[in-house]
Design a protein around this ligand. Structure first.
Ligand SMILES: Nc1ncnc2c1ncn2[C@@H]1O[C@H](COP(=O)(O)OP(=O)(O)OP(=O)(O)O)[C@@H](O)[C@H]1O
Ligand SMILES: [Mg+2]
Length: 383
């Protein structure tokens, strides 16, 4: 790429120096300003490709600065990242509304986030950061009760069954209460919150492979979700990206149940996934909502090729037709999971995989085919 220029506006000399050094190492040209006024002069004179600024400047506040930058045509559309010492959601929302493209809190993870955000905002296609590491497949729906958790667990079981030599983990990230543990019958005390508390240097692949429980018939290892809202409140959300990274280093397949959450926590997970299994049930309400989710994901830069819509006939036989759902979604649906009546609930209630409880059911065959297709596609997209 031709050299891109980053303007750093930060009142703290040490912070400026560190950032400059890091960005130069990554091949960026860097201009530094120690005050807001100086920053404005450089921004308009040198027209940097990206501006990174600490909003707590001694002379001009971040809110004044962003306003001036946005009002001037020379910098109206320049990506501006707030790199702030203030870890506050309200502050973040206000900043994004004011015109900052991104709000990153100065913390241990700030540099990694910055190095991810800058090329993304510049529209530079970076090498997928984790070409190695397990395939990451997220399960998502626009509405509750569409079968997301059941399908996530059953697909994982099918992967483990098809490739016995590989290792698979299911991570339940549905907040505030996960449901995979009750679904597969896990009653132990290891869960997302306890793992998120493990210090980085201890969270090695070996540690995760040893400590996450093996779920008998299901053949995968489980990172159970939060068991109750209280635990979810205590969860160190900031650690989640690190947990996922560690899971990818430890397992060949990382399946993540995100349920219907589209949030600041789940969006980066979706953006990094190799594949997004989007579960749609056959009622008009869910399909319409799914369309909204789909458009949002596309607007957030998620490649449509990664989205794998699954029509699950969870609501009964009278649902809408696949072709109608495809028309609304504007996507081809590769897999339709048949309505299984009470069999599905029976398998769930007995904590059993569908392939185990009903080996000859159509749904078992469909799940198996879908599993193979998802894996093949995810792997192709990587290479
Ligand atoms: N194809 C199907 N046939 C029959 N029943 C189904 C089918 N798919 C799902 N179900 C039933 O639908 C219910 C919801 O499933 P599940 O908990 O997996 O959905 P979910 O999307 O994860 O829900 P939640 O929003 O609660 O997390 C379960 O009782 C399950 O047995
Ligand atoms: Mg669920």
């Amino acid at each position: 790429m031709d050299e891109k220029t980053v303007l750093i506006i930060d009142g703290d000399a040490a912070s400026r120096k560190f950032l400059t050094h890091t960005l130069q190492e990554q091949g960026y040209a860097v201009i530094q300003a120690g005050s807001g006024r100086e920053g404005l002069v450089f921004a308009w004179r040198d027209r940097p490709d990206v501006i990174v600024l600490d909003p707590s400047l001694p002379d001009l506040g971040g809110d004044v600065l962003i306003k001036k930058l946005r009002q001037d045509q020379r910098t109206a559309s320049t990506p501006v990242i707030a790199l702030s010492g203030i870890d506050d959601t309200e502050r973040m929302n206000v900043s994004l509304e004011q015109g900052f493209n991104e709000y990153i809190v100065k913390s241990g993870e700030a540099i990694a986030r910055l190095l991810e955000a800058i090329p993304r905002l510049l529209g530079i296609k970076t090498e997928a950061p984790r070409k190695t590491g397990g395939l990451q497949i997220v399960f998502l729906s626009a509405k509750g009760g569409t079968g997301t958790s059941s399908l996530c667990a059953n697909v994982a079981m099918n992967i483990a069954r098809t490739e016995p030599e590989s290792n698979t983990v299911v991570a339940d990230m549905v907040l505030p209460i996960g449901s995979i543990a009750p679904l597969v019958g896990y009653k132990g005390s290891i869960n997302l919150a306890t793992i998120a508390d493990v210090p980085s240097q201890e969270m090695t692949p070996a540690f995760l492979r040893e400590s996450l429980p093996n779920i008998g018939l299901w053949r995968f290892q489980l990172l159970a979700g939060s068991p109750d809202p209280e635990t979810a409140n205590l969860l160190q959300v900031k650690r989640i990206p690190h947990v996922i990274e560690a899971l990818q280093a430890a397992f060949d397949y990382v399946l993540i149940d995100l349920g219907r959450s589209l949030s600041r926590i789940s969006l980066p997970i979706i953006q990094q996934a190799d594949m997004i299994a989007l579960i749609v049930s056959t009622d008009l309400g869910t399909v319409t909502l799914t369309k909204t989710v789909l458009e949002y994901l596309q607007a957030q830069g998620v490649d449509t090729k990664k989205i794998y819509p699954i029509l699950n006939r969870a609501v009964g036989l009278e649902g809408m037709l696949k072709s109608d759902a495809e028309k609304i979604l504007g996507l081809d649906i590769v897999t339709t999971v048949p309505y299984m009546g009470s069999n599905f609930i029976m398998a769930n209630n007995q904590n059993q995989p569908i392939a185990h409880k009903f080996p000859h059911d159509t749904a078992t065959v469909v799940l198996q085919q879908m599993t193979t297709t998802i894996i093949d596609r995810a792997r192709n997209l990587r290479s």
